[in-house]
Design a protein around this ligand. Structure first.
Ligand SMILES: Nc1ncnc2c1ncn2[C@@H]1O[C@H](COP(=O)(O)OP(=O)(O)O)[C@@H](O)[C@H]1O
Ligand SMILES: N[C@@H](CCC(=O)OP(=O)(O)O)C(=O)O
Length: 384
């Protein structure tokens, strides 16, 4: 890790720390007080040094097991929600008293997928975080497990933490876990070796398929996904053992550093890429697919043959090829009610009909995120 990055990590003014269930609860599902204490001490020291800290803490389900007489993580959603309901209260009570010993106040933030997928709620959540930080409180974030449904949940706090890091404009995201770094294979496998420095998550060739702890969810797969989201948002990301929290915060060479990408995406595009909820689907003809995928052109109304959904101007939509293969996602410039009159018409015809101020692009190239490998593209080219 270069000295400059280490320094910038140690001197960051705002950080997000995500801690996994396995790091703060024991095998019986009790909150591991010495471990939680050590974590809070390290965070309080960072706060004393003037750094804003947002904590994303898992552990609600795990902490609810023992009080409810359960011995393992429940399989069904309703029981997990009940466990989270009991455990979240206990967890926050512990955080509240441990931080109070350092003269710090905590604020609970329970988030749902919708808080980040809808632009208005995203802005609202952002305002709340900023105000909490201005007031000197330490936000303690978790997914609102008791109301999240199977269809509508993050399911893991790794990605939630990356989106929060982006939302609050953090400089560093720390993913603290029960493993000390990323390995080329599950750390228990012979030959698995430690990776200390990653420049581009998408270029990694590692096996993350084997599951992690009994209480954790997502394992290493969701941590890599989180690192990808955060680094593309310009946030340096450090994966380290929760027991090495002080060293990690001090920028010491522990764990794995995922370097912030130079090709930093705007807030809006990150939201589109990772957090938005698609409101409609546009079907493109082969010429439009080629223009968008190969020439990186904007999408014009003439290239769209059909659409579904009831979206408004500015909403996120999915773009698919004639065979339904995903082309990418984009922010559409017209609502569904305007489209029937526009589709298939050339720009000249539309300009004549709609006059001055007509927006010729249906989806502007700068508001488009293409799928990394469009599976239908080669076929579209070959058929042409
Ligand atoms: N390539 C890998 N490198 C490191 N850990 C891995 C890898 N593949 C799987 N894992 C597992 O992922 C676990 C961490 O994920 P998880 O249990 O969900 O933790 P947490 O509760 O901290 O979110 C590690 O303990 C390890 O067993
Ligand atoms: N929201 C859940 C945690 C989900 C989760 O991501 O857990 P983990 O893999 O331990 O970070 C809970 O508080 O139990």
């Amino acid at each position: 890790m270069s000295a400059a990055i280490r320094r910038s990590i140690a001197q960051a003014r705002r950080i997000v720390i995500k801690v996994g269930s396995s790091s703060i609860t024991d095998r019986q599902g009790r909150i591991d007080m010495p471990q939680l204490n050590a974590l809070v001490d390290a965070i309080a020291a960072a706060r004393a040094g003037g750094t804003d800290v947002v904590v994303v803490s898992s552990g609600a389900v795990a902490a609810g097991l023992e009080p409810l007489g359960m011995h393992r993580r429940p399989r069904d959603l309703a029981t997990r929600q009940a466990a989270a309901s009991v455990g979240q209260g206990l967890l926050l009570a512990r955080y509240t008293s441990l931080f109070a010993a350092h003269g710090l106040t905590v604020g609970q933030v329970l988030m749902t997928v919708e808080d980040v997928t809808r632009q208005a709620s995203y802005a609202n959540a952002q305002r709340t975080f900023m105000r909490l930080l201005e007031l000197g409180a330490v936000p303690i974030v978790n997914e609102n497990d008791t109301v999240a449904t199977n269809e509508l949940r993050f399911g893991d706090n790794d990605r939630l933490a990356a989106l929060v890091a982006h939302l609050v404009g953090a400089e560093v995201l720390f993913l603290l876990s029960d493993v000390d770094a990323l390995y080329t294979d599950h750390p228990s496998r012979p030959g698995a070796s430690k990776i200390t420095d990653v420049s581009e998550v998408e270029d990694l060739d590692v096996d993350t398929s084997r599951h992690g702890s009994a209480v954790g969810t997502g394992g290493m797969t969701t941590k890599l996904e989180a690192a990808r989201i955060a680094t593309h948002a310009g946030v340096n990301t450090v994966l380290a053992s929760a027991t090495a929290v002080r060293a990690a915060l001090a920028g010491e060479p522990v764990g794995t550093l995922f370097r912030a990408s130079d090709r930093r995406r705007s807030r809006k595009m990150l939201w589109l890429a990772y957090a938005s909820k698609v409101e409609g689907v546009l079907t493109l003809d082969e010429g439009a697919v080629r223009a968008v995928v190969e020439r990186k052109a904007s999408l014009l109304p003439a290239g769209v043959t059909a659409f579904t959904g009831s979206f408004h101007a500015g909403d996120p939509v999915r773009l698919v090829g004639p065979d339904g293969a995903l082309v990418g996602h984009g922010l559409v410039n017209y609502g569904a009610e305007d489209l029937p009159e526009m589709l298939g018409h050339s720009t000249r015809e539309l300009a004549a009909a709609l006059g001055e101020g007509f927006d010729r692009e249906l989806v502007h190239r700068d508001a488009l995120i293409l799928r990394k490998r469009y599976r239908g593209a080669r076929r579209a080219t070959a058929d042409a």
